[in-house]
Design a protein around this ligand. Structure first.
Ligand code: HEC
Length: 178
């Protein structure tokens, strides 16, 4: 008897949930998405692990101004095209690419080790494609899906404005560590 009541309840819930899903999935309720992608939305994550290491840093304390957005352990890499410029502090030729990869900094018995990957960010130099943002295309990727996270409309406020503070070094903060 009890089992029967339970089964009926489950069936009722399923019908209700099904109806709700049907209503939410109604295609006419959603306006059609724009098919036009901005240039930075076309950027893909390069295979950077064989590139040259520029520097690393651990932001471990909330007193650091970048703790909220970049707290953790990060490494910076540069491709072959950008290597000389990285060593010289800029300017970078077209085709130069820098990668910033951020991991959680895990305190393991007094040593900071890399934990989960949090984000991968890139800067790609192309003075024509990215003329509006100092000649650099900025993009960040979800570490699991590798999908781009930054929309064209947001790149100035999300990335460029802060990097513009080092315009004299071609918008690149990192100094090459020998
Ligand atoms: C609030 C300031 C700020 C914002 C916003 C910011 N960055 Fe940066 N970024 C930095 C700093 C500071 C470094 C250098 C870190 C270091 O010294 O190790 C850096 C480093 C980088 C690097 C390595 C090259 C370099 O300049 O040193 C890349 C690539 C990068 N950022 C991409 C991005 C992208 C993409 C975005 C937007 C999603 C972004 N950044 C947003 C401050 C910022």
């Amino acid at each position: 008897m009890n089992q029967k009541v339970k089964l009926t309840l489950v069936a009722l819930v399923c019908v209700w949930a099904g109806l709700t899903i049907c209503t939410e999935a109604n295609p006419t309720a959603q306006p059609p998405q724009s098919q036009t992608k901005g240039e930075v939305e076309r950027l893909t994550l390069p295979d950077y692990r064989q590139w040259t290491h520029v520097k690393s840093m651990v932001i471990f304390d909330e007193t650091h101004p970048l703790y909220k957005s970049f707290g953790g352990m990060h490494h910076i890499y540069v491709n072959a095209k950008g290597l000389k410029a990285s060593q010289a502090g800029g300017p970078y030729p077209d085709g130069s690419t820098l990668v910033f990869v951020l991991y959680e900094a895990v305190n393991e018995d007094g040593a900071y080790v890399a934990g989960k990957k949090k984000v991968e960010a890139i800067m790609v130099k192309d003075r024509h494609r990215f003329a509006e943002t100092g000649g650099w295309g900025f993009q960040a990727f979800d570490p699991q899906t590798h999908q781009p996270l930054i929309k064209q409309a947001d790149v100035t406020s999300a990335c460029y404005n802060c990097h513009a503070s080092v315009k004299d070094r071609d918008y690149v903060f990192s100094r090459f560590v020998n």
